[in-house]
Design a protein around this ligand. Structure first.
Ligand code: DCP
Ligand code: MG
Ligand code: MN
Length: 350
């Protein structure tokens, strides 16, 4: 995995992708779904190229890259800039919009509403909080800087090790796996995604008491510092790597601005659903969407619990039954049954 993430850094199209991603983010902010999708697909294509794409014609020959995006790729490579992006993001309103959308718990409707109410900066929001601000958004606002800092791979691993030790003390048979972008080999992650499982479990309910004890133990240790969502088979919140653990993991004193608040998600998964859950929680989201689409084209249905066959559909393709479970526990088997060549987590960026 380490070599995978290294080769990702060394992607010859990384600088181009970085600029296109910013324009894609802009289109997401202004709710332009069509352009957002077009850019995401083009970026996915570029990411797979072994050589640097320099010209419009070269780019246009690739799948999922139209004339206009192809021209922008050439503009980025030849001028190291993109006029469309400079124009879009020089608008102060867009800057405020981007800022507000970076607050945990704030989606487009809220961000647009706060703009309409006259707020422009984080200090505005802190000084005169909008009356509709929820407790989660307040938390997101107060920890804005922390929660917008990427989590280095080593820190994610150190936090996971801490959680794993705590879980082992509660239940030696518990198994924890770091999923999400970490499992895909990313050098840094937006949050920490942990799958919790145990051999012989048929339902996530069997793991709920373990999760409750684990959360309490980690709160006492000062590792979990806020709860954002809990219930059913998941727990979402914030965590920190305590200073002593930082020293143990990195062999040097913790910087003064620590500890940084991190987002952490737990997902309870019974053994019977482990393979399907691994696929889901490893992602990325685009890869998941394409696998699900493929499953439905083959008369099957894939979700985070399993792969199902013979889904009965009524009028308008509305689902009538969930169908019969074909495979849930084995990740590789799900790929095989779908007729997809196995892809290592590091190859699932789209
Ligand atoms: N996921 C999905 N569809 C979504 C959200 C998530 O399929 N709308 C799946 C795929 C993701 C996984 O859940 O890889 C974890 O979600 P994250 O939001 O944590 O995304 P990543 O871990 O991939 O990236 P990041 O580094 O930003 O956390
Ligand atoms: Mg994640
Ligand atoms: Mn997550």
């Amino acid at each position: 995995l380490a070599s995978k993430s290294a080769s990702q850094d060394a992607n010859p199209n990384a600088p181009t992708i970085q600029v296109l991603q910013q324009l894609c983010d802009y289109y997401t902010r202004v709710n332009d779904h069509w352009r957002t999708t077009a850019y995401r697909k083009a970026i996915a294509t570029l990411r797979r190229q072994p050589t640097k794409i320099r010209t419009e014609d070269e780019a246009f020959l690739l799948p999922n890259i139209g004339r206009r995006i192809a021209a922008k790729i050439e503009e980025i490579v030849s001028t190291s800039a993109l006029r469309r992006l400079t124009y879009a993001t020089s608008d102060p309103l867009d800057r405020s919009l981007a800022l507000f959308l970076g607050i945990y718990g704030v989606g487009p409707p809220t961000a647009h509403r706060w703009l309409a109410q006259g707020h422009r900066t984080l200090s505005d929001l802190l000084a005169s909080p909008p009356p509709d601000m929820t407790p989660h958004q307040r938390l997101g606002l107060h920890h804005h800087a922390d929660l917008n800092t990427r989590i280095p791979r080593a820190e994610a691993a150190a936090i996971a090790a801490l959680v794993r030790a705590e879980a082992a003390a509660l239940d030696p048979a518990a198994e924890l796996l770091l999923g999400g972008s970490y499992r895909r080999g990313a050098p840094s992650s937006g949050d920490i995604d942990l799958i919790v499982t145990r051999r012989g479990t048929a339902s996530a309910d069997e793991l709920v008491p373990l999760l409750e004890d684990l959360v309490r133990a980690l709160e006492r240790k000062g590792v979990l510092v806020a709860t954002l969502a809990e219930g059913g088979s998941k727990w979402h919140g914030c965590c920190v790597l305590p200073d002593e653990e930082y020293v143990a993991a990195f062999g040097r004193e913790a910087p003064r601005e620590r500890p940084v608040w991190r987002r952490i998600d737990f997902l309870l998964v019974p053994e019977a659903e482990y393979g399907a859950a691994l696929i889901y929680f490893t992602g990325n989201d685009i890869f998941n969407r394409s696998l699900r689409l493929l499953a439905s084209k083959k008369g099957m249905r894939l979700n985070q619990r399993g792969l199902y066959r013979e889904v009965m559909r009524g009028r308008n393709r509305v689902k009538v039954t969930e169908g019969e479970l074909v495979e849930g526990r084995d990740e590789r088997r799900i790929f095989e049954i779908l007729g997809v060549k196995w892809r290592e987590p590091g190859e699932r960026w789209c």
